[in-house]
Design a protein around this ligand. Structure first.
Ligand code: ZN
Length: 59
């Protein structure tokens, strides 16, 4: 007699986390900055420190 205490819930992992990469191979992270008292989100490459408005602009 064996009891399995496994609960299979949300088997799909990582579908919500999208990673973007710069042309140099560095990982792109989102940053929040203040410009003229407005909050802006920018994408920055962790390797070459290049910044763009959107992660898709790196491609
Ligand atoms: Zn880069």
């Amino acid at each position: 007699m064996a009891q399995a205490g496994k609960i299979t819930k949300n088997a799909r992992t990582g579908t919500n986390t999208q990673k973007n990469f710069c042309s140099c191979g560095g990982e792109i992270t989102m940053k929040t900055i203040m410009v003229d008292n407005k909050i802006k989100n920018i994408a920055e490459c962790g390797k070459c420190k290049r910044t763009e408005r959107r992660p898709s602009d790196f491609k």
